[in-house]
Design a protein around this ligand. Sequence first.
Ligand SMILES: [Fe+2]
Length: 278
Amino acid sequence: MKPNTTPINPFGVLLQPNRPDSDIRDLDVDMLRELVWREHLIVLRGFRTFDGAEDLSEYCARWGEISVWPFGKVLELVERNNPEDHIFDNNYVPLHWDGMYRPQVPEFQLFHCVRAPLASQGGRTTFSNTVLALDHAPAHLRTLWNKVTGSYHRKMEFYDSKTISPIIDSHPQRGFSVIRYNEPPRKGYGQFVNPPILEFSGVSGDELTEFHRSLQEALYSPDNFYAHEWHEGDLVVADNFSLLHGREAFETKAPRHLRRVHVLSNPPLDNPRLVSYK
Ligand SMILES: [Fe+2]
């Protein structure tokens, strides 16, 4: 089956069926994987999808080896009462890459939308294309960003680990430059449950302030940034080696339920930046 394709601004591709009752499983995964490598993000909308978490993980196994967490293969992203971590809260999630604190870093994130909030309720998933951000950055900013190394320590339900990574790193398999950055939680966003400990070295004082300001401006620039507004049944596949992602805040108790699966690269990538893991 050949779907209809529409470019997403400023990056990514929307795929929709060209006839009714099309099943997502009828799309060739090799073709989709190539598309993610080229475009970094695809949205599959309007297809017949999955009945439950197991159905989703069976499909994801077609993409490659699934990264198994202590909770299993599928993360149920839904707001919890009195969450112990901001992931399960309803506030914004700063930009980061998945697996940064894990022994292996997944190449693909597959998100399936079970229930979507109304547009007015917020909760878009945010993606920044760091390849574009670097392409668009003037030389003096690349030079500044290149001086900085981030040190990240995070303790939560599933790990207590530390990662140290240069801000400008290389794509682990294709060699081009990418940005690895966990954005410090912005002030003024209310209570941020269980924040990580972040330290940035290489510059200090005004230069460090300018580093965060200029990098965040670039990552959130409309030239490099896409926020996905969920529709029920959407499947989004994102290139976790090249993009950073986060979440916008949403209205508490809004119907927002995503399922997320991590698929490893082939061969799997042992986290090159992990310093300690418990
Ligand atoms: Fe994430």
